[in-house]
Design a protein around this ligand. Structure first.
Ligand SMILES: N[C@@H]1[C@@H](O)[C@H](O)[C@@H](COP(=O)(O)O)O[C@@H]1O
Length: 241
């Protein structure tokens, strides 16, 4: 587990973009796992800028996302489909069949979870997975108490997650209370993981990751067991270390 210490959000985002671009340049990645939320927005901005300068071919790349709300259409501004289009896909020359997210509007949600998990396996697994972390230690939408052996599945969101994500919705009542998420086992099978953390509200999760026992009360602690984890944390996120 390596930690890259940066001052602030801006530096975190630039550093993350540089790492992912370098891995693409070295042809270490053909399946790239993406995350959503406020944390990676800056990363996407620099990633797009740097990619243009490098003129890398992405024709063999597949992207997979961690999660999606259940019950929001792809065009809903709060869906993660929409988020990815807005922050990344509209700027890249990727075909529709190169980018993958779980379909939170599928008629058969259990079947959709199976399909998505199988897709990841069929792609040969994830080379590099980008991760944020919830202030309660969740990864993807794997909330406290989630099994470390879980695969892509339907989950109930914790009240604190609904509250935290309500900032994007007109009303907290509009925040879905369920999502499809890659399971912790799925995430742990990624060859490398790049976890980004910025801000004081992530300090407890980062403290638990660095110094806590591996326990399901803070799902992020399982990453201690990952053989290739890089954490980029800013000063505030490191404030309890
Ligand atoms: N499902 C996402 C996670 O993938 C994200 O890492 C986390 C933190 O979000 P933020 O970066 O906005 O703090 O919560 C969200 O609910």
């Amino acid at each position: 587990m390596d930690m890259i210490k940066v001052q602030n959000y801006h530096e975190m985002s630039m550093k993350a973009a540089q790492i992912v671009i370098d891995s693409l340049k070295n042809k270490q990645i053909n399946v790239l796992g993406f995350a959503t939320g406020g944390t990676p927005e800056g990363f996407y901005k620099y990633f797009v800028q740097n990619l243009k300068q490098e003129q890398l071919s992405l024709k063999d790349l597949h992207t997979v996302n961690l999660d999606e709300y259940i019950g929001l259409s792809e065009n809903n501004p709060n869906s993660y489909h929409h988020y990815m289009e807005k922050h990344l896909f509209q700027f890249l020359n990727l075909k529709k069949d190169q980018t993958h997210l779980p379909n939170g509007n599928a008629e058969n949600i259990t079947g959709e979870c199976k399909r998505y998990e199988q897709l990841i396996q069929d792609l040969g697994g994830i080379n590099l997975q980008l991760l944020g972390v919830g202030s309660n230690g969740h990864i993807g939408f794997n909330e406290p108490g989630s099994s470390f052996h879980g695969r892509t599945q339907v989950v109930d969101l914790a009240p604190s997650t609904i509250e935290a994500n309500a900032r994007y919705f007109t009303d907290e009542k509009d925040v879905p209370n369920k999502a499809i998420t890659m399971g912790i086992q799925t995430i742990m099978e990624s060859k490398s993981i790049l976890l980004l953390a910025s801000g004081a509200e992530k300090a407890e999760a980062i403290y638990q990751l660095m110094h806590g026992a591996v326990n399901d009360k803070f799902p992020v602690t399982i990453l201690q067991k990952h053989p290739s984890l890089i954490i980029i944390a800013d000063q505030e996120a490191r404030s309890l270390l």
